[in-house]
Design a protein around this ligand. Structure first.
Ligand SMILES: C[S@@+](CC[C@H](N)C(=O)[O-])C[C@H]1O[C@@H](n2cnc3c(N)ncnc32)[C@H](O)[C@@H]1O
Length: 202
């Protein structure tokens, strides 16, 4: 068995044993272990949250006094402690609904958004960046000053421009490749902190 397959199997088994719905839960756990973005009592938004692995991690980390709101095109089995909207992040009413669910602006925005892959690499990269730009647009409306965000991105030509865009909105932008993310995949996570709300456009 290839090393990459063995690692994928290892995380799939762990997820099953530990009751996580998706292997991807370990990516958020590893990012959080390094950057400590999820705090007790925090308000968290999870964009592209199905099937709910990140929701499980976020609700546990913020605890009973925190609030977690998620959105996905797909239906999500309920996760205790999270409120989920079924819809698109491109819907202009979503920002207001998230703030209402949280009872105020968010401390953290998580985006693990990914489009359906076509297999044509350039097309998938462009679609993923465009979706993630929408996630940033939403974050600019929902995040509190000084808040943090995590955005999944794929390596490619458009990544540097997106990173430059993030730097206008956040004091610090770091790239992270959690070991639970397949090493052969071009997936990376931008971990951003120190949100600057004066950069809101539109
Ligand atoms: C990699 S999965 C997320 C996995 C999730 N973090 C977990 O741990 O269970 C990406 C999700 O993005 C969702 N998605 C794609 N486009 C979307 C959109 N415009 N609005 C909301 N969700 C979207 C997909 O339906 C898919 O469920």
């Amino acid at each position: 068995m290839r090393l990459a397959d063995a690692r994928r199997d290892q995380y799939r088994r762990l997820a099953k044993d530990q009751g996580f719905r998706a292997r991807s839960a370990y990516k958020l756990l590893q990012i959080n272990n390094s950057y400590h973005i999820l705090r007790k009592g925090g308000k968290v938004v999870d964009l592209g949250c199905a099937p709910g692995g990140w929701l499980q991690v976020a609700t546990k980390e913020v605890g009973g006094n925190g609030r977690v709101a998620g959105i996905d095109l797909k239906e999500v089995e309920p996760v205790a402690g999270a409120t989920v909207i079924q819809g698109s992040i491109e819907d202009p009413n979503v920002a207001g609904k998230m703030i209402e669910i949280l009872g105020g602006k968010a401390d953290v925005i998580l985006s693990d958004i990914a489009p359906n892959v076509s297999g044509v690499w350039d097309v998938d990269h462009a679609r993923q960046i465009s979706l993630t730009e929408n996630a940033l647009f939403l974050a600019q409306k929902v995040l509190r000053e000084g808040g943090s965000a995590v955005f999944k991105v794929f390596e490619g030509d458009m990544l540097n421009d997106f990173r430059a865009e993030l730097k206008k909105s956040f004091g610090k932008v770091l790239l992270s490749k959690p070991t639970a993310s397949r090493q052969e995949s071009s997936e990376l996570y931008m971990v951003c902190s120190g949100f600057k709300p004066q950069q809101i456009s539109g």
